[in-house]
Design a protein around this ligand. Sequence first.
Ligand SMILES: NC(=O)c1ccc[n+]([C@@H]2O[C@H](COP(=O)([O-])OP(=O)(O)OC[C@H]3O[C@@H](n4cnc5c(N)ncnc54)[C@H](O)[C@@H]3O)[C@@H](O)[C@H]2O)c1
Length: 350
Amino acid sequence: MDKEYSVIVDGKVAGRVVGRDRLGDIAPLVAEEPEVFIVYDANAAWVAAEVIEAAPGVRGSIAIEATEEDKSMDTVLLIVRSLLEAGASRKALLIAVGGGITTDLAGFAASIYKRGIRYANVPTTLLAQVDASVGGKTGVNLDDYKNMLGVIVQPVFTFVCADTLRTLPRRDFLSGAAELLKTFVIENEEDHYGRAVKWLTAGGSEAELQELVLAAAAVKAAIVSRDPFEAGERRKLNLGHTFAHAIEHEAFRRGDDVTHGEAVAMGMVLAARLSDALGVSSGLERRLAGDFAAAGLPVQCPYPVEVLAEAMDKDKKAEGSLVHFVLAERAGSVLVRDLSVAEALNALKI
Ligand SMILES: NC(=O)c1ccc[n+]([C@@H]2O[C@H](COP(=O)([O-])OP(=O)(O)OC[C@H]3O[C@@H](n4cnc5c(N)ncnc54)[C@H](O)[C@@H]3O)[C@@H](O)[C@H]2O)c1
């Protein structure tokens, strides 16, 4: 399905989400670019090769390893040094080809090279297509702190093509599926939530997947356009993430292997339990847990809520006394409620 959406910042089109069925259809977007550089995830080298073939102006490419350890200033310096050595001018366009690690890294490197050059994303994971590569958040980890350094700067375009997911390992695909479902719990026009659950449980065509991915990217683009710097509505996109970050923190401490999407799935189920407990919703935990489990996602958080509360408390101390919890009434209706961690914990224990 060919579709396009704009990201608007300060009343102007700051970037576009361009959905195309074929990877080669990126050609018109890069045809007029005289100076293109590509940063690509070594695991998505075949996608980078197709982009290079389509873009006559490619002057250089840089392969990176997409690990959280490599999502660092060292890799940013590697990228900017490569640009400098290749003589990239301020007119250059840097294209990131890969998952969220690659798009976060390349976007940040572009934003500081010669005080900022343009960048574009060709996301090759489901998570990056529906979330990380749209909205302009870029950055790297610093020591043990995730995404500690970064800026918000919009990519000139994000090229979404479900075909690039062909080689994505199942576990990484499912990690993105959690964010896809999250998006449709936030906004559920045309029953995208139900259709996504059906696709994930019963299977479907690549064209249907492309339609769902683009619908999710469109939801994110619209929310970001209304609140580019997360002063309000953009917080809705954190549905399940307050719990997910606490789960990831605890998993890291214990040496457990939990992906971001797995933590988000479990976190959304906890957010649904909180919504039910506070009377915002009824039976939502059961519904989401049933759907996510059928889709192959974990739903039962392995850690006691008290342990998660401790991690959230630490976060909270850094930011003030209340946490912005995203609650859901049903698929398609969410709200933000500020609660102390103790209030949330009490509600969850009932
Ligand atoms: N900027 C944002 O708004 C935002 C939002 C959410 C997440 N993130 C960031 O995104 C990162 C996670 O992103 P992700 O899940 O896309 O992870 P990722 O970039 O680590 O990719 C996951 C794995 O898939 C491999 N891979 C990528 N594309 C492939 C393909 N087509 N075929 C085969 N293998 C492929 C990668 O090498 C990696 O091993 C985190 O660092 C997170 O902080 C950013």
